[in-house]
Design a protein around this ligand. Structure first.
Ligand code: ATP
Length: 237
């Protein structure tokens, strides 16, 4: 059974259909990526999973349980955390306070110290800057903080919305290495939405190509990286 499964999701903004019958699955332990151009519906897919944007039809299953009508905070408690596009951290709060916010819905507060140490070992830069306001960090550091804040909820599935957006290539490289590390070492399952198809497919096990709200292709990352249409349309080759 897949850990996260979308079955025939349709999502609308008013009369405009943003997602057209989206089905996909993410198995435990995998990194799965959803690639697509601007406006293809990637963010809408994540917002639908999180319960923030209501779906009109279809089902979203976590461990086989239908979560389609759960509230966003219940979905976080059930094990799905999102790192939103544009690293929406709390700029006025310190690094530590931002991380506390990520753990807000947990009821096992006794484990927080251990998780904080783990996050700080993943991102030593954040440890050094723990008392600094989030808004004073660089773009890359803010992305690290956004990822760490999501990890503080101890998710079963981590959703990442375009972590590479607006970051310099070297920083992007570092962020992707960390994502791979989180998957391999923390055994966190990852659903990664990206316009940077090349980087995303290189760390993912499996990929889906989204175009105009529809899944156009689904395959292993190696096969997608070698696919002529994908290379032309998404890899600029
Ligand atoms: P991007 O890379 O720009 O974030 P995306 O693939 O994430 O693109 P979405 O943001 O999911 O795409 O948008 C899918 C479609 O839905 C687009 O046509 C977009 O204009 C439309 N859309 C997104 N949000 C809204 C909204 N709040 N109201 C109306 N239409 C919206």
């Amino acid at each position: 059974m897949a850990l996260l499964e979308l079955q025939g999701i349709c999502t609308y903004y008013g009369n405009i259909q943003a997602l057209k019958d989206i089905s996909l699955s993410v198995n435990e332990g995998e990194i799965v990526t959803l690639i697509g151009a601007n406006g293809a519906g990637k963010t809408t897919t994540l917002m639908s999973i999180c319960g923030i944007t209501a779906i009109r039809s279809g089902k979203i299953l976590l461990n086989g349980n239908d979560i389609s009508s759960e509230s966003p905070h219940k979905i976080v408690q059930m094990g799905i955390s999102q790192v939103p596009e544009g690293r929406r951290i709390f700029p006025q709060l310190t690094v530590l306070e931002n991380l506390d916010m990520g753990a807000f819905l947990r009821d096992d507060k006794e484990n927080l110290k251990k998780d904080l140490d783990e996050v700080f070992s993943l991102f030593p830069r954040l440890a050094e800057r723990r008392h600094q306001q989030g808004g004073t960090l660089s773009g890359g550091e803010q992305q690290m903080l956004a990822i760490s804040r999501a990890l503080m909820a101890r998710p079963k599935v981590l959703l990442l919305d375009e972590p590479s957006l607006g970051l310099a290539p070297l920083i992007v490289q570092h962020i992707f290495e960390i994502i791979k590390h989180i998957n391999e070492e923390r055994k966190t399952t990852i659903f990664l939405v990206e316009q940077n198809a090349n980087m995303a497919l290189k760390i993912a096990h499996k990929g889906y190509v989204l175009q105009n709200g529809q899944i156009k292709m689904a395959d292993s990352s190696e096969k997608l990286l070698a696919n002529e249409d994908v290379r032309k349309a998404y890899l600029g080759l």
